[in-house]
Design a protein around this ligand. Sequence first.
Ligand code: ACM
Ligand code: ZN
Length: 493
Amino acid sequence: MTETLPLIPYPSGAVAMLSGSFSPPSQLSVVADPYFDTSQVLFYVREYLGMEVQEGEQSPNLIIAKAVDAMDEQAYRLEVFDQGCKIEAKSLQGVFYAVQTLRQLFLAYPSAIPCCRIEDKPALRWRAFMLDTARSFCPVGEVKRIIDIIASFKMNVLHLHLSDDQGWRIASDNYPKLGEEESGRYSKLEIRDLVAYAQNRHIMIVPEIDMPGHFTAALASYPALSCTGGPFTIPKGEGIFSDILCAGKDEALSFVKHLIEETASLFPAPYIHLGGDEIPLDRWVDCPDCRKRRKALGLSDEKALLRWFCNEMTSYARSLGKQVILYNDYVDQAYDETIITQVWNPLLEMTKSAHQIIMSDYFHTYLDMDHTLLPLPVVYRYGKQLQTQKYSSLLGAEFMLWTEHIATKEQRDLHLLPRLVAGAESFWTEHEQHDYHRFVNTFAKYGSAYLPSDAHITPKKLWNTFFIVSALARYKRRRRVKRNSRKAGIMLS
Ligand code: ACM
Ligand code: ZN
């Protein structure tokens, strides 16, 4: 029997349809291997299947077993038979993903789920979404809603961009003026609450404190940490700003080290993102303190000073048990080889050293771009492109939402939906199983049921328009290339 199950992301492995169906009772009787934390398992079932549960050895209709065969840590096997369901996994994370699949089956088939057997595992192990909370503050409740969305489509990392020129969004005990004057900042209590909320849904929060550039908000509060001494005001508009952290002043270095320490102790993830993008070095050229530091260290120029600064912060973070992630603007072979490079700008030469990479190139992952510039099919294809390029050191990939022009929940959703959902499938599902039309059809039919009821979804009519616009642009580009190469051929002959 062949049938396509309406699942997003679609499973990577075999999907077998079996005869019969399972009609869920009003209360599920659950038996879980004691290897798994039972209270977590019961939480998943209540939260995601919306079912009353009881733990019952007798005639259970949800069995959760520890897989005995070799299985990926994030993988699961799900079987729906006429009396109930069985999940097999190696970890709670695998169980969580099986429950997400089951949730979609319960929603799509409310009275009788077709019997089936599903083998599933992710193609990419780091499936991330970056939220810029600096340009537009995102309240805690809204971050939780985003966590719910990404977790339900089996993404597993939320990268929070917490500081930038336009805002500082995380409270510091050492430097209480940070973010004091602005339109929102997370208290330590709120961060702990968010981390726990995310952990319960197998989302790791990776904090980013962008340095030494994109630093005006910090300098507005602590101008002595700059090269010139300020004063500075927090810019309203977007841009790349010249005033950056001074690399020459000892107090500026101890400032960022304290911040790294505070951030590291607040977020349990073994990673910390230190930005490192778009850094104009002019101030360092003119600053006597920066010049003095450069001379003392025998460094040839400001780029070498930047490399020294990044390596210094990386080894400090390592002493706290954290691995540093940096954007790919400057990272080269001479940077600490434990740095993970996030490739946002694919036009820069890619690091050829031992660095692990996270791919988030702006042609494919910047969801703040309008749908006509980054149409749904282009987003959907990105995962396949990554999976088939066979990078030697690919840790994973991210979709990004910069928020200079995106401040409300409605704007956020209209940028994210359905592109982020398509992206989640393209990262999770093995590329052999990618099928854009299946995705579109499933999303059109069930997307609103799978998303929170208050989600603003871009109407399907519009995505089709985007698809036509981008197909037309591709066709025109191909014709232009052909015409130009014909002309070149004529000139050559
Ligand atoms: C970036 O877009 N500057 C990472
Ligand atoms: Zn300086």
